[in-house]
Design a binder for this molecule. Structure first.
Ligand code: ADP
Ligand code: MG
Length: 312
């Protein structure tokens, strides 16, 4: 990818009184990517996204957006659009009128076709002429995205955009973001759940208590070097328990699925030991009905990293 980084941050700190929300953040996001910002509640995601949007300034450190240093003044840097804590909307105006008002406010293209196209892209055409007062969180999120689209941003910043989206809404947002990135726009979006980000992002930065605990490709995060818990459902739980006890490198974490399903064992293992167990079960005439990680490898890595962050 050519051109300057969409975001380059060095040693960014930001405190609210005693609370250190961001504690020396280094971050580089190349252009044209969909970059995920993950972390538990309170990790500092919204604070960091607010800095990118010019809603606040850092106490210390340097921040470059789209190749230009961000000064001490507030206001979104050129080419940046998005919102944190939900978009600001006029409740008594319709979706279409909201977009026209926002476009006019920012001296942008308020032509009807651009607005209709933006509404169509986020899947709000059917409710375009309804007042936004009655809109659900997911509809508000999508209207906010439509508003951001109108400004043709080079960096789009979205805070927890998956919140409140139904599957159809999520598909629209997914489509819009993928098309934007393909056309060269950088998208930075946050979530407290890895599975939200997995579908969209190839790279993530994980924050825990204001620090970066991981930044890089998702593939590096979900490696197989970590023991995971697996649900194991078989035709003969008694025999399965005996075979498991005889297999090296496997621990039985629980027998039965929370006491509900007696045919389930929960075992903890690395992948090679698990392979060994499956082979032994089959040889012992025990049929395998289900074998799946209790939490995905990605979610497990996320939990491990962010708990580690909490302990510091
Ligand atoms: N305006 C504020 N005033 C006081 N504390 C704040 C403010 N904004 C954020 N914080 C604190 O900073 C920390 C990070 O918050 P935030 O960036 O909202 O995290 P996240 O979005 O990851 O949940 C939290 O401890 C939060 O309570
Ligand atoms: Mg937040």
């Amino acid at each position: 990818m050519d051109g300057p980084h969409a975001v380059r941050a060095r040693g960014i700190t930001r405190s609210f009184g005693e609370v250190v929300a961001l504690d020396g953040i280094d971050l580089e996001i190349p252009p044209g990517r969909i970059h995920g910002l993950a972390g538990p509640n309170g990790a500092g995601k919204t604070t960091l996204l607010g800095l990118l949007l010019g809603l606040a300034v850092a106490d210390d450190g340097t921040l470059e957006i789209l190749g230009r240093p961000v000064g001490r003044g507030l206001g979104a840097p050129d080419g940046v659009a998005g919102f944190v804590d939900g978009p600001g909307l006029y409740p008594s105006l319709t979706a279409r009128q909201n977009l026209a008002a926002l476009a006019a406010l920012h001296g942008r293209d308020a032509r009807t076709p651009a607005i209709a196209d933006a509404l169509d892209q986020v899947g709000l055409t059917d409710v375009a002429d309804d007042r936004t007062r009655g809109f659900s969180l997911g509809m508000r999120q999508r209207l906010g995205l439509a508003a951001a689209l109108l400004s043709e941003p080079r960096l789009l910043v979205l805070d927890e955009p998956a919140n409140g989206l139904d599957p159809a809404g999520a598909r629209h947002v997914h489509g819009v973001l993928t098309r934007l990135a393909a056309a060269g726009t950088t998208v930075v979006l946050s979530s407290h759940r890895m599975d939200d980000l997995e579908a969209l992002c190839s790279e993530v930065t994980i924050l825990a208590t204001g620090r970066v605990v991981f930044s890089g490709p998702l593939g590096e995060l979900a490696d197989e070097s970590r023991e995971l818990d697996y649900r194991l459902r078989t035709s003969d739980p008694e025999a399965a328990r005996r075979v498991t006890a005889d297999t090296v490198g496997i621990t039985i974490v629980r027998t039965a699925d929370g006491g509900h399903d007696p045919s389930v064992l929960v075992v903890r293992a690395l992948v090679p030991a698990l392979d060994d167990l499956v082979t032994r079960l089959v040889k012992a005439g025990v049929a395998l009905r289900e074998l799946a990680p209790v939490v995905s490898p990605l979610e497990a890595a996320f939990l491990a990293l962010t708990q580690q962050g909490d302990e510091r």
